[in-house]
Design a protein around this ligand. Structure first.
Ligand code: SAH
Length: 211
């Protein structure tokens, strides 16, 4: 998976490739999907959510330029897969998930894999996780209408925010925002992507019938 789908498509960061190799993606999907765990595709994790495509996880973590001493925030923990990979690169990861069932399952999975430097929090991560700020890197695994002010504020100087922004389901761009100093940010566009919606105070409203 790593050679063909990730290095083969241009991810060069050796630490990211090593971290991707060390985390078994099959441990993050239901038993009936295990034989597809290394396919280059998102897979269902229940409640209408998906574990991200491995290439996209690697691309986002490379863009976030996570170093060994970094404190990282992931918004949209889902299965916990991306958080587990990020935890291999960082000192500590706070990962926020709005669905209680997913948050609980992710926490259990990470504990059973021995990922001790990840804390899963059940909350609306569109406002970040102020208790753990500032962060050297913030990775958002769901697409919002714009870059939330709360997430900009929770970036350390020099910190990187990587997040998909755009309409629900289409026209999304993966953006990288770097905090140059307290009041200056640099924004880059990393290309077109498709993510589930970020639902929350600084994201989208839940759709009718959605919990
Ligand atoms: N990184 C995950 C991908 C999960 S998909 C993985 O590796 O498995 C995106 C997740 O974002 C979904 O689980 C969804 O419930 C969650 N999400 C959406 N809006 C959120 C919000 N405001 N706060 C926290 N999580 C949110």
């Amino acid at each position: 998976m790593v050679d063909a789908q990730i290095a083969g498509r241009g991810v060069r960061d050796r630490a990211v490739l090593e971290a991707m190799r060390s985390i078994p993606r099959e441990a993050f999907v239901a038993a009936r999907l295990r034989d597809r765990a290394y396919d280059d595709t998102p897979l269902s994790i229940g409640t209408g959510q998906t574990i991200s495509q491995p290439y996209i996880v690697a691309l986002m973590l490379e863009a976030a330029a996570i170093g060994p001493g970094d404190r990282v925030l992931e918004v949209g923990a889902g299965s916990g897969y991306a958080a587990a990979v990020a935890a291999r690169l960082a000192a500590h990861v706070d990962a926020v998930e709005r669905h209680a069932g997913l948050a609980r399952a992710a926490a259990e999975r990470l504990a059973s894999l021995g990922c001790a430097n990840v804390a899963i929090h059940e909350a609306d991560g569109s406002v970040g996780w102020p208790a753990g700020a500032p962060y050297d890197a913030i990775v958002v695994s769901a697409a919002g209408p714009d870059l939330p002010a709360a997430l900009r504020e929770q970036l350390a100087v020099g910190g990187r925010l990587v997040m998909p922004v755009g309409e629900r389901g289409w026209g999304q761009r993966l953006l990288k925002l770097t905090r140059i100093d307290a009041g200056t940010f640099r924004q880059e566009d990393l290309g077109g992507v498709v993510f589930v919606p970020l639902v929350g105070t600084q994201g989208w409203a839940p759709e009718e019938g959605e919990s």
